[in-house]
Design a protein. Structure first.
Length: 368
């Protein structure tokens, strides 16, 4: 199947005073699976509609490979879109739904039959070709919608929150199937979701959006492991990153993070990769899996602090522990058999090289 890169340059779409997409630049490599991630109203679906040609930009260009397609009609863009609502024709059979675009292009009947059958077999719905959408489950309807997109042999797949109408178990299974499908076909794909778990599972690259702009664009490991600011840090990850407001104090050749009721030794500035300057107001971020709970009254080591267990949330494979240190709340992920109780005082530890430091004003990252 042919593939092509996709380039969005200074793309803009305004609705009155609302800048739904605001001077957006995005380079999507050939064959990549890229996700636009963000809350409702951040501009991700509007961006997808502009790429599909379902909406017209107020500025900027859209390039498919070397071709400017900004003004090209949707049916000439060689793209296929899978909608949240599936958008199947209820009076048509599965066969006719999948093959409808080929029929519109007046392809020979034998070709339509061959291509529809091949796609249906790929999606494991070959036995459903004579049924109508009302006779199918939600997951089967989603497979038909994906098959209808596949049969067009597009250069780019566009997926607009396609799993949001499915229950949790089926969403997980469909994610796996779409991932296998992408690995098999290698088609350039642009996926829209507000679900960070979907984005992390599926994507080669993630573009976190806010107010019509990309906030951070990169691989999953970078988005999760080195968030550019507090917005990305708290939006991506489950549970969300704990943020502690305080200050950095220099002590000999080392740096301490200090907040009411807590002091954490972070080691040297060089080891932290800390930007030059004094930081009287910072936020220190800690992922739950980077907090270790030591025994009560354990030795004080760099990165350790005393805290009280406020809440235990068992989730089977792990337990989330809510800790309080002064007015600050920190969440730790621990093994379910760790012997601790609510109200117990413990010593928690965090490796200094695993902390995330942000300046408080704009929330921008200040350490490597």
């Amino acid at each position: 199947m042919a593939v092509a890169s996709l380039s969005l340059q200074h793309l803009a779409r305004h609705y009155g005073k609302v800048r739904a997409v605001d001077d957006l630049d995005l380079e999507i490599p050939e064959g990549a699976f890229v996700t636009l991630l963000g809350p409702s109203g951040c501009g991700k679906s509007t961006t997808l509609n502009l790429v599909a040609g379902l909406d017209k930009p107020d500025g900027g260009t859209i390039r498919l490979g070397d071709r400017d397609i900004t003004s090209v009609p949707p049916n000439e863009r060689r793209m296929a879109m899978v909608f949240q609502s599936y958008a199947l024709y209820p009076n048509m059979t599965v066969f006719d739904n999948i093959g409808f675009s080929l029929k519109l292009r007046r392809r020979p009947t034998a070709e339509i039959t061959t291509r529809v059958t091949a796609v249906a077999d790929m999606m494991d719905i070959g036995h459903l070709l004579n049924r109508k959408p009302g006779q199918l489950s939600g997951g089967q309807q989603q497979r038909v919608a994906l098959g209808r997109a596949l049969v067009k042999e597009p250069l780019v797949f566009l997926l607009d929150e396609p799993f949001s109408n499915l229950d949790a178990a089926l969403r997980s299974r469909m994610r796996t199937e779409v991932k296998h499908l992408h690995l098999r076909l290698g088609t350039t794909s642009l996926f829209v979701t507000h679900d960070q778990e979907e984005a992390m599972t599926l994507s080669d690259l993630i573009c976190v959006m806010r107010d019509g702009k990309p906030v951070q664009y990169g691989p999953q490991s970078e988005i999760y492991g080195r968030p550019r600011n507090t917005y990305v840090a708290t939006f991506v990850g489950k549970p969300k990153m704990s943020l502690l407001d305080g200050a950095l104090e220099d002590r000999a050749d080392e740096v301490d993070f200090v907040a009411p009721g807590i002091r954490i030794s972070l080691g040297s500035r060089a080891g932290l990769g800390l930007r030059d300057g004094r930081w009287p107001e910072v936020s220190l971020g800690i992922r739950a899996e980077d907090v270790r709970i030591a025994s009560q009254g354990g030795p004080q080591v760099p990165g350790s602090f005393e805290a009280t267990v406020q809440l235990l949330e068992p989730i089977g494979s792990d337990t989330f522990v809510e800790l309080s240190a002064g007015p600050t709340t920190i969440v730790a992920r621990v093994q379910p058999d760790l012997p601790i109780d609510i109200g117990q005082t413990v010593r928690a530890e965090v490796a200094p090289e695993r902390v995330h430091l942000f300046e408080r004003g704009q929330g921008e990252r200040i350490n490597a």
